[in-house]
Ligand binder design. Sequence first.
Ligand SMILES: [Fe+2]
Ligand SMILES: [Fe+2]
Length: 287
Amino acid sequence: MVVADMIDLPDLEEAKGLQKIVVASLRARGGKMLPRVESGALWPMTHFGLDRVSVFQQATGEQQAQILGICAQGVLAESYHIEKCGMYFAAKMNLLSESTEERMLYSVFAADEATHLSWISAFVVKEAVESAREDSFIQQLQQVIQHENKAILAYVIQVVLEGWGIQHYRQLAKNCLNPILQATLIDIVKDEARHHASGLVLLQEDALQASLPRVTELMKYFFSAVQTGPLMVVSAVEKTLGHLSLTQKEKVFAELDCRRQIGDRTQILRELVQAAPWSGHILGALE
Ligand SMILES: [Fe+2]
Ligand SMILES: [Fe+2]
């Protein structure tokens, strides 16, 4: 594989000189630098629905803190990889731009995503980043960004997934217990809203028409992917309390109220598709 084609480049351990330049450059753009946060719960049990889960209620305080820590790190590690994908996406769209203004826009986006990555990196731990590499959603996202054409990327990544990101980060900000992280997430929401809105402006309906079958196929995948959220919570419970039998797992899923959560998520995605061109065609094919 050609190194320049890799989205998930390694984080350097011994890059003091380079890191200093990156930090100084982000600062020069007005970006705040966050201190590394090592302790304290970042989201309450209610954020993950764990307050309704009986095995969680019966766990010791220490176990509960561990489960919450794993869930929080899972969320942050997913964001770490998404922001990294965002830098690659902006760079690819930059090269594919058709006007000076379009190229300027994607150049600024790349800097936004690098800023988001630096912010998230202050809260996420290395082990969580490592295990999120195996996440099938992250892997699919990387494949799409690397291999799909410009029209598909403008639709799937910029309009739909950046739009999804707005809701996702807004929800995380709303429930966040750490004031620094909360303010940071609100700043990210503002940037993602600009990214999403400009996707709607740049989207070329006729170019998209030629790729509709592929777009529909990818949307089918993303509709199913947003339904897997609670899996991470169940896996955090298992990692801490040990293996759960199928019946126990079913009980946890029921207590987490997965149906409602899946319904809400599907509705957000549907509204994003409805606000973009060819919604009748795409939703019709998905029904
Ligand atoms: Fe971002
Ligand atoms: Fe973005």
